[in-house]
Design a protein around this ligand. Structure first.
Ligand code: G1P
Length: 279
């Protein structure tokens, strides 16, 4: 198991984005821009830069704008052709040309584990990655977070979750791990708990929205009962691999912005404007 190259990146995007209402009422939260680019484009760019050229959206009804963003719009292209606006589409067009895109419906909102499980027909029996586009990760001048994780997968050949230290009073918002630090920032996971109470958390090492998963996860998800919030949690499915020593938690190099919250979204906007746009 786990010898193959990682080609597919799964993007669970079916959620309502209710933390960001009313902005997300008619516009998918993944289409909200950070400066002039929607969040989902940053996420797909990160996957493509890590060599994952097969994109799989796990989508819900009313969110076709996500698929449309990665499709041609000939009327628009014709109207900007030979104007100074034409080059504004260069980045997205190059991204579309370099990747293939598939979508699959999550017909019921039954949790992140369930959403990832929906991608099985596209992922097939290969290791794959998952990006939660809410978590915008940057590492200027260095490898992206997913690139770092793919390199780690080549070494460890098991599932990998990205982690960061969060303030102790924030642990109840995340999956939280505990484990043995085998190398600098690389933990062999012993236990993982979805959104524990602050006084019951095994540590303050929180899972953020980047995963590399081995394909046996699909069977484990299928056998996972609803957990926290009555939802099928990826954390619970991964715990079954962790008890066999088959999950690595990686304290990544870079910065994460929680763009599902207003403060995180504003910080990401300010950061990206300063880094990439100000001239
Ligand atoms: C999900 C996962 C959680 C993880 C988080 C990272 O939670 O269930 O374990 O820490 O993503 O963003 P959500 O934020 O979707 O409730």
């Amino acid at each position: 198991m786990g010898q193959s190259k990682i080609n597919t990146c799964v993007f669970p995007v079916a959620g309502f984005g209710s933390r960001f209402l009313p902005a997300s009422k008619a516009v998918p939260k993944e289409m909200l821009p950070i400066v002039d680019k929607p969040l989902i484009q940053y996420a797909v760019e990160e996957a493509a830069a890590a060599g994952l050229k097969q994109v799989c959206f796990v989508n819900g009804r009313h969110k076709q704008a996500i698929e449309n963003h990665f499709d041609r719009n000939f009327e628009l292209e014709t109207s900007v052709k030979d104007t100074d606006k034409e080059q504004l589409l260069t980045g997205i067009n190059q991204l579309m040309d370099s990747c293939s895109f598939a979508s699959i419906r999550q017909v019921e909102a039954k949790g992140l584990g369930h959403a990832i499980g929906c991608s099985e027909p596209i992922v097939d029996h290969q290791p794959f990655a998952v990006i939660l586009p809410d978590d915008l990760c940057v590492n200027p001048g260095g490898e992206s977070v997913l690139q770092q994780m793919v390199a780690l997968y080549e070494r460890y050949q098991c599932s990998i979750v990205a982690i960061e230290e969060v303030p102790v009073d924030q642990v109840n918002k995340y999956g939280v791990i505990d484990g043995e630090e085998e190398a600098d920032g690389v933990f062999r996971v012993r236990t993982m708990v979805e959104k524990p109470a602050v006084d019951e958390a095994p540590s303050n090492l929180a899972i953020i929205g980047r995963y590399v998963l081995t394909p046996d996860i699909f069977k484990l998800i299928a056998d996972t009962k609803p957990g926290k919030g009555g939802e099928i949690q990826i954390t619970d499915a991964l715990m079954k691999q962790a008890v066999e020593g088959r999950v690595i938690a990686y304290r990544f190099k870079g910065t994460r912005f929680d763009c599902g919250s207003v403060p995180g979204y504003v910080s990401a906007t300010n950061y990206c404007f300063e880094q990439f746009y100000k001239s």
